[in-house]
Design a binder for this molecule. Structure first.
Ligand code: AMP
Length: 211
């Protein structure tokens, strides 16, 4: 049976860092943002469709996002454990995931929202570096420990675009909270804590349900 968790939270709240940690233990990290960036870099047809949205920090239209996610999900093994990072971002997207869950018999373990103040998110994002080859994220410039590529800044990590993405998050997050609360799957975590403390909390959630 496929098991999955959803990481909700504003940009900079540490979802990717935690997903990166759990991917070492076999969890598949499905970051829609990372998949879009890969398409941009490889200059695919889909990349050219989404370029302006991603650069401005606007949400990519649902039909394009759906085809990206559906394409990814058709390739996962029936016993996979998946972390959704950056998806869903609307009730419509949450419904698509529901539809897939029913169709495949997958189990939603929990939807965990990472909470932190906007100013802290801005501070983190302005100091964020990432690997354009594998998506590795760090708070220092340098070389990627996975493949030696130079870590770079994301083009949408400018203060103006960050503030916009943070405001957008506040506009769509309440619907998602309600959606997963109703399903009895919603949990919140204080994202100002140390990454190791957050991993411990997530481990208790993700492993308890993973027996
Ligand atoms: P992220 O890496 O999650 O910060 O996403 C980077 C950008 O990719 C976002 O600002 C959007 O332009 C796009 N994006 C990522 N996930 C989604 C999604 N679920 N729906 C629409 N657009 C998305």
């Amino acid at each position: 049976m496929i098991r999955y968790v959803i990481f909700l939270g504003k940009p900079g709240s540490g979802k990717g860092t935690q997903a990166q940690y759990f991917s070492r233990f076999g969890w598949i990290h499905l970051s829609t943002g990372e998949l879009f960036r890969r398409h941009l870099q490889e200059k695919t047809v889909l990349g050219s469709k989404v370029e302006q949205f991603v650069k401005r920090g606007d949400l990519v239209p649902d039909d394009v996002t759906f085809s990206l996610v559906e394409d990814f999900l058709t390739k996962v093994e029936p016993d996979s454990r998946i972390i959704f990072d950056g998806f869903p971002r609307s009730e419509n997207q949450a419904q698509l995931l529901e539809y897939w869950t029913e169709k495949t018999g997958a189990l939603l373990v929990a939807a965990v929202e990472f909470f932190l103040p906007d100013d802290e998110a801005v501070r983190r994002l302005l100091n964020r570096y990432y690997c354009p080859s594998c998506g590795y994220v760090s708070n220092e410039p340098g070389l990627c420990p996975n493949d030696g590529s130079s870590l770079v800044k994301r083009t949408d990590d400018s203060e103006e675009v960050i503030r916009k993405r943070l405001a957008d998050y506040e506009s769509y997050a309440p619907q998602l909270r309600t959606f997963y609360r109703r399903k009895g799957k919603y949990l919140a975590v204080d994202a100002t804590k140390k990454p190791s403390q957050i991993s411990k909390f997530l481990e208790s959630v993700m492993l308890r349900n993973d027996l």
